[in-house]
Write a protein that binds this ligand. Structure first.
Ligand code: PMP
Length: 443
């Protein structure tokens, strides 16, 4: 297929100017296993992007390959619309075994898909149909996808401008971004103030917020810069929405399947949402997206949410294998323990590098925010973000054989999303390469 350079050049000529990862990561993957990706140039990389958080078991895990081969060899149809099949039945059973009890016992599932953004659309549509209301509460820094409805709830002004006029039905509230929090830092205190502000907006008849169809949130913002919501805030959002009959939608597209240290990120706070939006890891590397929701919300008439690709047999089989493997091996616990160790080490790194403004995360969803040490602190007392430095860190990391992507308000947060199967040695190599990359980029 030609050299890596040729492929990169040809694709850069032909592909849309909007291509994203390919622009920042000039890697041409030809083989991959676990956390290791091999480029066309023969170089090997440790992959800390994992398909933007998709690869809970890393690339081409044997149980995933076996599940896919199993379907291929069985003679089962690959395309089945949304018909019931044994593969779908197994997937649904495996998924329901992982859900919070209320949803596992009384929940409904709607296959969406194939991408996360489709499931977000479905969740918003469903709550609008169920409540007869149109408004949506979403949060600053949120990322929910690129289709018009999901994009309307996404916080990024640049991305939203791509659909033209803003969707007036969406009210955006501040997310409790502790490092740069308008309600003050300090975890629970900031969370409480943020919650009171939300309640005040909803109850003030002159506040301009009509009763919404739903509140949509990420338990840990991913693209927004790896920002974990405090448990207290999550619980207060649940109380506030429940008291006012507002369905709570948790977008667990990126946080799900063990990544944050519990199987689903909402488990940590004990919050049970009315709707969960699931994608990425549930398909075991293949496209799959679903919503699960309380049965009371199941107001849809037959055909109300149809689609051609509503049950990819290979993805469902790969997903079943992934869900079962994570559970059987308690990989969420491994994510919790190893994530805490990595956070500790990265905080040590921050102590030596003033340009590392904040290190945060949950489980194996970790963010390192880079700041401009030459500038004045912002209104919240933190130094401004340093996007150019972050881009240099990503570049230096890649030179050292480490794939990382950036996120955050200003693309100044280095995101670490290794597979949950990462070994201690690999974690050590990631920390070492990242430390060297920061040193090289800052120097
Ligand atoms: N929600 C969240 C929280 C996400 O992180 C993403 C993707 N990064 C999406 C939705 C959209 O998923 P997709 O890219 O598959 O459309």
């Amino acid at each position: 297929f030609g050299t890596g350079e040729e492929i990169l050049r040809r694709q850069a000529q032909r592909e849309s100017a909007a291509r994203t990862y390919a622009r920042s990561l000039p890697v041409v993957p030809v083989r991959a296993r676990g956390m290791t990706v091999e480029g066309a140039d023969g170089r090997r990389y440790l992959d800390c992007l994992s398909g933007a958080g998709t690869l809970a078991l890393g690339h081409n895990h044997p149980v995933v390959l076996e599940a896919i081969r199993g379907v291929l060899d069985s003679g089962a149809p690959l395309h089945v619309l949304d018909l019931a099949t044994p593969v779908k039945d197994e997937f649904t059973t495996a998924l329901f075994e992982t859900l919070p009890r209320e949803l596992a016992e009384h929940g409904r599932i709607q296959f969406c898909g194939p991408a996360g953004t489709d499931a977000v659309e479905a969740a918003v549509k469903l709550t609008r149909a169920a409540t007869g209301r149109a408004g949506l509460l979403a949060f600053s820094g949120a990322y929910h996808g690129m289709t018009a409805g999901a994009l309307a709830a996404t916080g990024d002004n640049f991305l939203r401008a791509m659909v033209g006029e803003a969707d007036a039905r969406v009210t955006r509230l501040p997310y409790p971004y502790d490092y740069r929090c308008p309600f003050g830092t300090g975890g629970d205190r900031g969370a409480e103030l943020s919650a009171r502000w939300t309640a005040h907006l909803l109850d003030d008849p002159k506040g301009g917020v009509q009763p919404p169809a739903a509140m949509l949130l990420e338990p840990v913002q991913g693209e927004g810069g790896v920002i974990p919501a405090p448990d207290a805030w999550m619980r207060r959002m649940r109380e506030i929405t429940a008291a006012r009959g507002i369905p709570l939608i948790a977008d667990e597209v990126q946080t799900g399947v063990g990544r944050t240290g519990t199987f689903w990120a909402v488990e940590r706070s004990g919050v049970v949402p009315d709707v969960m939006v699931l994608s990425k890891a549930i398909g075991g590397s293949l496209p799959l997206a679903v919503i699960v929701y309380r049965e009371e919300l199941d107001v849809w008439q037959p055909g109300a949410h149809a689609g051609t690709f509503r049950g990819n047999q290979l993805a469902m089989a790969a997903g079943t294998a992934t869900l079962r493997y994570v559970r059987r091996n308690a990989l969420h616990e491994r994510a919790e323990a190893l994530g805490a160790r990595m956070l500790g080490r990265l905080r040590g790194l921050a102590a030596h590098h003033a340009c590392v403004g904040d290190v945060r995360g949950r489980g194996l969803m970790i963010g390192v925010e880079l700041v401009d040490t030459e500038a004045e602190p912002d209104d919240y007392g933190a130094l401004p973000a340093a996007p150019a430095l972050a881009a240099r860190v990503r570049h230096e990391a890649l030179r050292r054989g480490l794939i990382v992507e950036l996120g955050g308000r200003h693309a100044a947060v280095v995101r670490l999303l290794p597979p949950l199967t990462i070994t201690d040695e690999q974690a050590e190599a990631v920390l070492e390469r990242l430390g060297d990359a920061i040193e090289a980029a800052a120097g």
